[in-house]
Design a protein around this ligand. Structure first.
Ligand code: ADP
Ligand code: MG
Length: 328
């Protein structure tokens, strides 16, 4: 199976399906007819203010409570095509890829407010799981425990059978080689070309030039950037830059992909392209765990949803939607 963690540094030949050239054009161009990027409602309201008019009650939409555009009549989601009806069913048996057992994380700067408290969950090979919740609810902290950027204050985090609370620091790089990461800010090296950015990920783990020369163009074609390998990041759109970071995360063919708000800086039509890519990567066997604020996308995709509120799991739902933004 492609979704098992490798026990050594050899590249298995079994996980080539993701990089099969028959799939390499699917993600290339995503165009969504009839979709606007959300601008256009912020026009100037500099008209003369009539101070005598009675005050109308206004509903202020804050960052933590995005406007619910899905409630409008005739609304059709950009993400309709990703509704997941034909998604493979993952049998949640055997050993989980990720297991949290009564995990509490307290940052020294906030000793009285655990970032996560008594969190238990299991994520199985091949699953696609959304982590949702308000800003500050603990999503990034949860992901940082999986990559061992943070260590629990109490409880256990087990990834691919390894107890990360006991994992020696010198073993951490080996863990990270098996986890691809994608962030909201693409974290590309601006003085390197697209090709060099992706190649760098392989150079850092000592891959020979022959492997780099074969895998980098292949993964860039997979994400639809075969023609832009020699461009620099600032010559690409935001969506293209994010595809580079997905390519960089996947070039070493990790069995687990962790994404922290990967579409946070992208408009819905562009986000759709990234989601299609992540969905395809997942269907090839990679386990995907993605933190997001993007309520519309989560509602549409009908994947497993784990909701956090103030560091607690408040919902863990198979094929869920984003749900309510309850008061904390
Ligand atoms: P989210 O990703 O859902 O926005 P975070 O995991 O970033 O949430 O944050 C959860 C809580 O932990 C928040 O109260 C935040 O202020 C706190 N926090 C996050 N990172 C740190 C840190 N490095 N030091 C201290 N507190 C932190
Ligand atoms: Mg975060």
């Amino acid at each position: 199976m492609a979704n098992h963690f490798r026990s050594n540094e050899r590249q298995g030949s079994e996980d080539v399906d993701l990089f099969d050239e028959t799939t390499s054009t699917v993600a290339s161009q995503v165009s969504v007819p009839g979709v606007e990027s959300g601008a256009g409602t912020t026009g100037s309201s500099a008209a003369v203010e009539d101070t005598s008019a009675p005050l109308e009650q206004v509903h202020v939409v804050t960052a933590a409570e995005p406007e619910d555009t899905t409630a409008q009549p005739g609304y059709q989601s950009v993400f309709e095509s990703l509704s997941g009806v034909d998604a493979p069913v993952v049998s949640r048996t055997g050993n989980p890829t990720i297991s949290f057992k009564n995990v509490t994380l307290i940052y020294p700067a906030q000793p009285n407010k655990p970032a996560l408290e008594d969190v238990s969950l299991d994520i199985y090979p091949g699953e696609f799981v959304f982590i949702v919740g308000h800003s500050g609810s603990g999503k990034s902290s949860l992901l940082r425990l999986i990559t061992r950027e943070q260590v629990v204050t109490a409880g256990e985090v087990i990834v691919a059978g390894q107890d990360l609370t006991k994992l020696r620091n010198k073993k951490v790089p080996y863990l990270r080689r098996q986890i691809g990461t994608v962030y909201q800010d693409f974290k590309l090296l601006t003085d390197k070309t697209i090709y060099e950015n992706v190649a760098f990920a392989l150079e850092c783990i000592g891959k020979p030039r022959s492997v780099i020369n074969a895998q980098v163009p292949e993964v860039l074609r997979l994400v639809g950037l075969g023609e832009k390998m020699d461009n620099y990041p600032d010559q690409l759109s935001g969506g293209e830059q994010q595809r580079v970071s997905v390519a960089r995360a996947m070039v070493n063919r990790p069995p687990l992909l962790i994404c922290d708000e990967p579409t946070g800086n992208l408009d819905p039509a562009i986000s759709l392209g990234i989601m299609k890519l992540l969905d395809r990567i997942n269907r090839s066997g990679t386990t995907v765990v993605m933190a997001t604020h993007d309520r519309e996308m989560v509602d549409s995709m009908r994947k497993r949803v784990i909701a956090l509120e103030a560091g607690h799991v408040v919902r863990d739902q198979e094929k869920g939607g984003y749900g309510y933004y309850g008061a904390i």
